[in-house]
Design a protein around this ligand. Structure first.
Ligand code: CA
Length: 641
């Protein structure tokens, strides 16, 4: 369903060097002007400054559009649309915004425009480049766009990784954790920070920055280092992809940049509930079939490489079947250690049990030292389409493509090509070692999530990440997972994150914490870190909870929380509400929740005792919807109707 209308009419709101656009409810005001030849904008929300005068503009090989600019025209309009999207935090979205298009001339009299769309809590803006005379192509080398927050702002940012470092020189992959709730002056990363970035504007509210609508026609960008009070939109480090492929973007004219997005709230509610990454993009092609999402098992996460053999994969197919899960993910090395003929047998075995198969692929290639096989199957269209033809023949449902490191346009083209080819063969795709998806759930019908997070694998590998598990988990609903699906691979019920489950990498969070993350972390396909022994060694009600857990949501509501400390969300799947919370603080947290959606109903509560063991009981929610719960440190709570 799509109802869209564009209406542009001449603005009466501007005079000379200034134009103003407000949100439909009037709370947000964006002012655009040219100051000393520099285009800039500012954002005021409910009378408070959220962004001070911040730069706009582009630098291209056809001219500089960031200095010596003149404001020549502006026009205002409205846009309204409504769409269905089952792969994100809610399934039915209504979007309404006021628009403002400002056109500037540079010193050579070449034109460029910036278009703002301002809805009640979101701003999306992008540049439009016209055809300049006979010039029909240009390269955007730099972006002047910046964000100047008031000086009392605290930031929640994840540093951009340096190129060609880390495991097999596969960075950057958006896996560097967060510097949370710090003054901007302590943001020292020279590589800058990844999108999204969250900012707390003193007592005046919150701002979430991101970008959306990136495909093969542009590079992905990030925030620059904090310099002179400003974060700028920065293009990829030229060293990515072993130095091959340009930074910046090659575009045809007329052309557009991706959207830069600014979500603004007095509270965290609009930050958690925003749909702006999908509001301003459209599907790029029709799905070749009706893709169905769901839950899966995967042996690699806890049993690791050694489990890549026929017998262990049978155990994980049986586990998926026992749980009523839709999928199994067969991870790295399957082609070498199981082999194509036996994999076909496994796929057949799984299919007979009603379990669909996802197969892992290394995207490499030629870009880094990632050596796990299958290699050289996804990086060229000839190899890729041959492999995908086989997938279709044997009934593979989806692919996990790993080590996609880098944000260059070169890499965005590879993402787009893999997704588009996969759709031709009816395959879903999930990327790991990857960038942040930027509107892709809507743009690519067969896209089912990226990692782009310090995910469950790092719980297995790093004591520091295990120590901070609850802290990171309490950030994601506000930041990373608010703007895009997040394939975390979580819900670990082993006490130790290894095959023996007797000693070693001890889990520091409770079972109910883990179940709660199955609801808090949103991705249309979730591969959970359950192991075959969990069927018998954890309480039966926990397994029953997992048998029932949905991965798609019709509604998501922020209930309470503070990034990095605790979070409680309510999500609805069809008629069923799940209220899930976790606590990353040192003390037990007793909170009264306002839950009108389950007022007067009997619900199942899942919670931890003081000693960290779990229990469940039925409770009656009073008619006023107010429920008091206690969440233990590193613990969780779930209320389920
Ligand atoms: Ca990874």
């Amino acid at each position: 369903m799509l109802i869209a209308c564009f209406l542009f009419f001449s603005a009466t709101l501007f005079s000379q060097n200034t134009a103003v656009v407000t949100s439909p409810d009037g709370n947000m005001k964006v002012t655009v002007q040219v100051e000393d030849g520099m285009p800039c904008y500012s954002v005021v929300f409910k009378g408070e400054t959220m962004l001070e005068n911040s730069p706009l503009g582009l630098v291209t090989n056809e001219g500089d559009f960031s200095t010596n600019m003149r404001f020549i025209d502006s026009s205002a309009g409205e846009i309204e649309k409504e769409y269905l999207q089952e792969k994100i935090k809610c399934s039915h979205v209504k979007y309404r915004a006021n628009t403002l298009k400002c056109t500037f001339n540079n010193a050579e009299d070449k034109e460029i425009s910036v278009v703002f769309q301002v809805s009640n809590n979101d701003i999306a803006f992008r540049y439009e480049l016209p055809k300049w005379g006979n010039t029909m192509a240009c390269v955007v080398t730099e972006e002047a766009t910046g964000f100047r927050f008031p000086s009392n702002t605290q930031s929640f940012l994840s540093p951009m990784m340096r190129p060609m470092e880390g495991f097999a020189r596969t960075s950057p992959s958006y896996e560097s954790g967060y510097e949370a709730d710090v003054p901007m002056s302590s943001n020292k990363s020279n590589e800058g920070y990844v999108f999204p970035g969250l900012f707390h504007i003193g007592n005046n509210g919150w701002v979430l920055l991101a970008e959306t609508g990136v495909r093969g026609l542009y590079c992905a960008s990030h925030l620059s280092k904090f310099n002179n009070g400003v974060y700028r939109v920065a293009y990829p480090n030229p060293g990515q992809n072993n130095g091959f492929g340009s930074t910046g973007a090659q575009t045809g004219l007329p052309g557009v940049t991706p959207w830069r997005t600014i979500t603004v709230g007095e509270t965290l509610k609009p930050i958690v509930e925003t749909t702006i990454p999908w509001d301003v993009v459209e599907p790029l092609y029709e799905p070749s079939k009706n893709y169905e999402y769901g839950r899966g098992t995967w042996s690699w996460i806890i049993w690791q490489d050694a489990s890549m053999n026929f017998a262990d994969q049978i155990k994980y197919i049986d586990l998926a079947a026992a749980l009523g899960f839709e999928f199994i993910l067969i991870d790295a090395w399957w082609n070498s250690w199981v082999g194509y003929p036996k994999i076909e047998e496994l796929i057949h075995y799984a299919t007979n049990k009603g379990v669909g198969v996802f197969l892992w692929y290394n995207s490499n290639g030629s870009t880094n030292d990632a050596f796990q096989t299958p290699l050289n199957k996804m990086n060229t269209p000839i190899a890729r389409k041959k492999e995908m033809k086989w997938h279709k023949e044997v009934g593979v449902k989806g692919l996990k493509v790993d080590f996609m490191a880098g944000d260059k346009q070169e890499t965005m083209r590879l993402y787009e090509s893999i997704l588009s080819d996969a759709n031709d063969y009816g395959l879903m795709v999930d990327f790991h070692g990857a960038t942040l998806p930027r509107g892709w759930e809507r743009m690519f019908p067969n896209f089912v999530g990226n990692e782009a997070v310090l995910a469950s694998e790092m719980l297995v590998f790093s004591q520091d990440v295990r120590n901070k598990e609850a802290f990171y988990a309490a950030l994601h609903p506000f930041i990373r997972n608010s703007v895009a699906s997040m394939e975390f691979g979580g819900v670990v019920l082993n006490k130790y994150l290894n095959r023996g489950n007797e000693n070693g990498q001890k889990r520091l969070t409770s079972d109910i914490f883990q179940l709660a993350t199955g609801v808090l972390f949103q991705n249309p396909v979730q591969f959970f870190a359950l192991t075959p022994n969990n069927l018998t060694d954890v309480p039966g009600f926990e397994i029953d909870f997992m048998r029932d857990i949905p991965t798609t949501w019709d509604e998501t509501r922020f209930i309470d929380g503070y990034p990095g400390k605790y979070v409680i969300l309510a999500r609805r799947h069809a008629e069923k509400w799940y209220v899930a919370g976790i606590n990353a603080e040192k003390e037990a947290k007793k909170i009264t929740l306002n839950l009108p959606m389950i007022a007067g109903q009997r619900v199942l509560m899942y919670n931890d005792k003081k000693d960290g063991t779990s229990f469940t009981k039925t409770i009656s929610v009073p008619e006023d919807g107010k429920v008091t719960v206690t969440i233990q440190p590193n613990g969780g709570v779930v209320l389920k109707r």
